[in-house]
Design a binder for this molecule. Structure first.
Ligand SMILES: [Zn+2]
Length: 733
């Protein structure tokens, strides 16, 4: 189909001529159109034309309106923020007030510009600001939780009131640049992050980088949750087309709205962290981020580099903490303004943070227990918590957990270092978990009880429920202070609540040192003797002495260090079922003895190759010994020392011969035990003796003794009390 205006190029007529317009026709047509357009333009210009006097009058009227508003602005702002102290709150109150002022200026301008309404309309349109929206407001209006949550339906910030300030610090208008949230599980830290993602997508439509510890975690956990949130909120689903959604299933990128992106990275992949600059970053579980990624250094540096060009960049770091000195979230929290959520006591009204407290604290979580009635449970028995409450630090009144909802609603964040601006740090423990959403106080107390006596479980409790870093409690000890608590008891440990006896032996070139230790319930330890057997360990004599010493002490199990003169150690252990060759392996994360599954697996493969050797996580063993040496009351874990020349100044100096220190390899911090004096055999011997104690597990995969000495019927792991008899029933095999 051709029209008459299909190009203005004159075209030659063909021979028939009559169907083609002539050049003159085309020119006429064009002029007609031009005339019509000119008429239209004139009419529009005419309509927009006004009298100069009208314009001046309207302009003056609008100017008066503006001057009025400016005159009253300062007072209106001051009135709006009267009595407020929180910076974010003040910021929002001022923003809201300015919004209201601009809206009324617009209305007043329209009313004043009567002579020329157009001027009023233009001013009104010009002063209309963009809607103010905070992250918590967005979540309350748009976030839907459909399934897999305790509280399905529309998100209500009022259920987790402490999250309001954390989320709002991430809002576009907040002056805060970094939000660090160190938290326990069950308080909603990650959900706050998802709300921020929703807010950025819906309200800002800007680029956001989300970093999780690994690519695997991103694909397995983060992506499904993000997709679920988008599916559940119609407002977000509308921003993501089906084809974008399908592509996002690939994992690393979600495009939405008008060319905005959610970039999804793993801290273990430098490639995923590399791309263009962007304003917003969320790092989930930062304590699991590596300290060096693919030889390119700290992943946080790579991440920060991408935000550098944005003056209004924002970063949200959230994590459960790990080990002191190695915890990113703890380091960041310490750099922040360190906020804690203060809630009022329902009795005296005193605002205070909720703290776990502890046995020796007059305030904090307190609980009552009922002992387990089963008598045959040995040290596997754990008391059951029957009630828990909170003691106010101001009035010492008992606070029932039923008050928590109201206390949380009235709570407020207070900064320890208010002079730190732009970096907010928030800390929460499991005591704050809203009723019905997390563990109640009784359950937290039970978790605490359950974790006693096991370093790994206690660390888990401190990290997961208290939201605090785990300090290797045995960092160092004062050997001399231990001397002051020597006790009088017999070398054969008669009359003590000793269930079994182990030995730990350290082999040097010219001597063997061995500690004899009796063990009670909860690994309460009684040092019986520390023996030094002089002699060349390449010759059999000193080994005969060792045999005599161990049988004289009626030792059930002996752990012998095979790090030196290995073949002699093997020879000794091979002919004695109760002697185990051990070897210390470094690494703070390695448990003192392997778990049963790993151990069985190793033994299956090793048995064919001859003598098995037990690898010991000696770093954890040392930490355990040091933390227990600091206990001050006899009971589970306590270590007793016998008043005997064997336990002299030199013994205690050796026991205290190591110190846990934090070192750096490039940017990467790590902890290591370092010797502070040349000899440390006493400490090694005690660690080996403890390992020997743990290698005995009736019914488990540990070393099994003669069946008559250990009752196998107990359902609980650990040593059964019934059937235990020390004595010559166990001798060299
Ligand atoms: Zn009180």
């Amino acid at each position: 189909m051709r029209t008459a205006f299909d190009g203005f190029n004159p075209r030659p007529t063909n021979s028939s001529g009559d169907t083609m317009p002539t050049l003159a026709d085309l020119q006429t047509e064009r002029e007609t159109l031009r005339a019509a357009q000119a008429k239209q333009d004139f009419e529009a210009a005419h309509a927009a034309t006004c009298r100069q006097t009208d314009l001046v009058a309207a302009g003056a009227a609008v100017r008066a309106v503006l001057l009025d508003a400016i005159d009253g602005a300062a007072q209106r702002l001051l009135d709006a923020i009267a009595g407020e102290h929180d910076e974010t709150r003040v910021h929002y109150l001022m923003s809201e007030t300015v919004h209201e002022m601009l809206a009324s200026v617009g209305e007043a301008a329209v009313a004043a510009a009567g002579a020329l309404p157009l001027v009023g309309e233009r001013v009104k349109r010009g002063v209309k600001p963009r809607d103010l929206l905070t992250v918590s407001q967005w979540a309350d209006r748009h976030r839907e939780l459909k399934s897999g949550t305790n509280a399905p339906g529309r998100w209500h910030t009022t259920l987790t009131p402490y999250l309001a300030e954390i989320m709002d610090a991430l809002s576009e208008h907040s002056p805060v640049r970094q939000v660090t949230f160190m938290k326990s599980s069950g308080v909603g830290g990650t959900e706050a992050g998802y709300n921020w993602i929703g807010y950025v997508m819906y309200h800002l439509q800007k680029d956001l980088l989300v970093v999780v510890p690994t690519l695997e975690l991103r694909d397995r956990s983060f992506n499904p949750r993000l997709n679920k949130m988008i599916d559940e909120s119609a407002d977000l689903a509308g921003l993501v087309t089906t084809s974008m959604r399908n592509r996002s299933n690939r994992g690393d990128l979600l495009e939405y709205g008008a060319r905005a992106r959610i970039i999804k990275a793993g801290a273990n992949s430098p490639d995923s962290l590399r791309s263009d600059h962007l304003p917003y970053v969320m790092c989930d579980e930062v304590d699991a981020f590596p300290w060096d990624v693919g030889g390119e250094g700290d992943p946080m540096t790579l991440i920060e580099n991408r935000q550098r060009t944005y003056s209004r960049a924002k970063t949200y770091l959230v994590s459960t903490p790990t080990i002191a000195g190695l915890s990113r979230i703890d380091m960041q929290y310490n750099r922040s303004d360190r906020r804690r959520y203060h809630v009022p006591c329902p009795h005296c009204g005193e605002f205070q943070p909720l703290e776990f407290g502890g046995r020796d604290k007059s305030y904090g979580l307190k609980f009552r227990t009922a002992p387990k009635t089963d008598v045959d449970t040995g040290d596997g028995a754990i008391d059951q918590v029957t009630a828990a409450w909170y003691l106010c630090r101001a009035c010492a009144a008992e606070i029932d957990e039923g008050n928590k909802t109201d206390m949380l609603a009235r709570g407020r964040w207070l900064a320890e270092r208010p002079h730190i601006r732009h970096h907010r740090g928030y800390h929460l423990n499991a005591l704050y978990a809203p009723v019905g959403l997390g563990l109640n106080w009784r359950a937290v107390a039970q978790k605490w009880l359950n974790s006693q006596g096991d370093t790994a479980e206690l660390k888990g409790f401190i990290n997961t429920y208290l939201g605090q870093v785990w300090k290797e409690q045995g960092e160092s000890i004062e050997g001399l202070s231990l001397i002051s608590r020597l006790e009088d008891y017999a070398a054969d440990l008669a009359g003590l609540a000793v269930l079994l006896v182990t030995a730990g032996a350290d082999v040097q070139k010219d001597r063997i040192e061995v500690s004899i230790v009796g063990w009670g319930v909860g690994e309460e330890a009684w040092l019986a003797d520390h023996i030094i057997l002089d002699g060349d360990t390449a010759q059999p004599d000193v080994w005969d002495d060792l045999h005599d010493a161990l049988t004289a002490a009626a030792v059930h199990i002996a752990a012998i260090d095979a790090g030196f003169n290995t073949s002699m150690v093997y020879a000794f252990c091979e002919s004695r079922r109760w002697a185990i060759a051990v070897k210390g392996v470094e690494g703070l994360h390695r448990p003192l003895i392997e778990d049963d599954r790993k151990r069985k697996q190793r033994l299956r493969t090793r048995r064919k190759k001859g003598q098995p050797i037990e690898p010991l996580g000696v770093d954890q063993g040392k930490a355990l010994i040091y933390s227990r040496a600091k206990l001050t009351t006899p009971g589970p874990g306590y270590i007793h020392f016998r008043r005997d020349p064997a336990f002299d100044d030199e013994y205690f100096a050796q026991l205290a011969a190591e110190k846990l220190v934090t070192k750096f390899r490039g940017t990467r911090p790590f902890q290591q035990w370092v010797q502070t004096r040349a000899r440390n055999e006493a400490l090694d011997c005690l660690v080996y003796a403890l390992a020997a104690r743990r290698l005995i597990k009736p019914g488990g995969g540990g070393i099994s003794l003669a069946a008559r000495t250990i009752t196998q019927s107990s359902k609980n792991a650990g040593i059964s009390l019934a059937g235990w008899k020390r004595g010559p029933t166990i001798g060299p095999g």
